[in-house]
Design a protein around this ligand. Structure first.
Ligand code: 13P
Length: 280
């Protein structure tokens, strides 16, 4: 069943667990996410960024995700990840997304707030959930390598200003994680998570969930993270399994069954770290 992500996240905060949010890049990754969430009785957020929508075909990607989410036996939110334009926000809301993220974190604070406010307005008109980001989350979304994740942590005073003045539903502060594969060991600032969690009253999002040691993910959730984003690890599992499988199996439907299983193992592990199993 398709739901706005705020429903899943508010429930998670009350229950002291987090909702895993997985980026999907093709049909078999999408199916692996949904079937594993069903097996684990876990709510889940399916997400995709404009850069991927452009590459794999926006209309088809939105339609397959929406239909898969509607048919799922667990609550599923469909989220637009890292949009730096209001055009993509409007597009996503018109194509069945129940949650949208504006990423204006590279802009001055006032411009970030103004875009977040507009995103809130557009999302609310459709009964959808909004997300904004503050600070510099290392790495480049969907790239293979990351920069130094210590740079540009979110400032708590600015965080409060952004959340209060924009009315954003969920908030992604830079706390030391990075997108993609870590070049340097992650250095997550847990006291910053705790501080921001005590100041802002909306669910917090951890970006760059691939490659973070398990105990650090658990600690981040304890300190107040309600949504954990994971993308790269699914792509790595897909690529490795696809390469191995195609050596002996060239029938596409048979090959993808094996690949779905490999991606599903990563999904299952992240669900258990979030503690969302059994919460659907
Ligand atoms: P990773 O690709 O590092 O898991 O990050 C995913 C993410 O944060 C998407 O917004």
């Amino acid at each position: 069943m398709l739901e706005p992500s705020i429903h899943l996240l508010n429930k998670a905060r009350q229950g002291h667990y987090a909702v895993p949010a997985f980026n999907f890049h093709n049909l078999e990754i999408l199916q692996a996410i949904i079937e594993t969430a069903e097996k684990q009785h876990s709510p889940v957020i399916l997400q995709i960024s404009p850069i991927y929508l452009e590459k794999i075909g926006d209309i088809a990607a939105a339609a397959m995700a929406q239909e898969a989410a509607k048919a799922a036996k667990v609550p599923v939110a469909l989220h637009l990840d890292h949009s730096n334009s209001l055009q993509w926000i409007e597009w996503a809301l018109a194509h069945g997304f129940t949650s949208v993220m504006i990423d204006a974190s590279a802009l001055p604070l006032d411009e970030n707030i103004a875009l977040a406010r507009k995103t809130v307005e557009l999302a609310r008109a459709q009964g959808a959930t909004s997300e904004a980001e503050l600070g510099h989350i290392g790495g480049i979304e969907d790239a293979q390598e990351t920069g130094n994740p210590d740079m540009g942590l979110a400032d708590p005073v600015e965080a409060l200003k952004l959340v209060t003045e924009s009315g954003i539903d969920t908030f992604a502060p830079a706390v030391g994680t990075a997108h993609g594969l870590y070049k340097f060991p992650p250095n997550i600032n847990f006291s910053l998570i705790e501080k921001i969690c005590s100041l802002v009253k909306v669910p917090l999002v951890l970006h760059g969930g691939s490659g973070i040691p398990d105990d650090m993910i658990r600690e981040a959730i304890k300190k107040g993270i309600a949504k954990v984003n994971v993308g790269t690890e699914l792509k790595v599992a897909w690529a490795k399994s696809m390469a191995e499988t195609l050596i002996t199996e060239q029938e596409p439907w048979k090959a993808v069954l094996k690949v779905r299983e490999a991606v599903g193992q990563v999904v299952e592990h992240k669900i258990s770290l979030c503690g969302s199993n059994g919460k659907a």
